[in-house]
Write a protein that binds this ligand. Sequence first.
Ligand code: HPA
Length: 245
Amino acid sequence: MTIEFAVIGGTGLTAIEGLEVIHREVVHTPYGEPSGPVTHGMIEGKRIAFLARHGYTHNIPPHKVNYRANLWALKSLGVEKVVAMAAVGGITPEMKPTRLVIPDQIIDYTYGRAHTFFEEGLTDVTHIDFSWPYCPEVRNALLAAAECAKLDVVPHGTYAATQGPRLETAAEIARLERDGCDLVGMTAMPEASLARELGLCYASCAVVANWAAGKDTDEITMAEIEQNLLLGMASARALLRALVC
Ligand code: HPA
């Protein structure tokens, strides 16, 4: 049975409710070990693969995730479509905590991450097109699923990918807003561009965990993030179930 799509779970989503687990598979890649074994399962009669980006015990910080190994592992299993779940901070007024967002653009502020497969042993220099970093097919499937499940999602947004693991300063967020960013998170890059390099159709569902620095309270607490994620990820799970509706 072919895998319909893969889900990369982010903070707050280390398992999918309603997923009947078939087996877990350890995959070794030329780029090292993925964040954990890939979980094969069925959801609403469809075959999916699941990988927890930060590890099943949530112990790998964003700048230490082996993004190349994760995507290579999924590709090697025959996956073609990837839905990436991600916790983010909200910058612009629409991006309220607990909301779901299907972003359509990215600005990359990360550094020092292994960000390409096209590095060594090349016969030619390769430049992928990345004008539209998210794959329209999976984006549209996510938007259709939201409609099907009657979930309120923001259908667009520019994602600022920051290095982390610390949160940003208020001045950094003001700069990201001037740059045109709506959301801020730490994992979309290089995940999205590596997916494109492998020819995977990749899009994301972001869950707003908090107002970004300087946007609301003086301090962002982990308790606030966790509480909002609990609510937001419940909607995100409903969205994933509806992907097959
Ligand atoms: N900044 C960056 N990443 C995040 C945030 C944030 O405020 N919240 C959740 N992930």
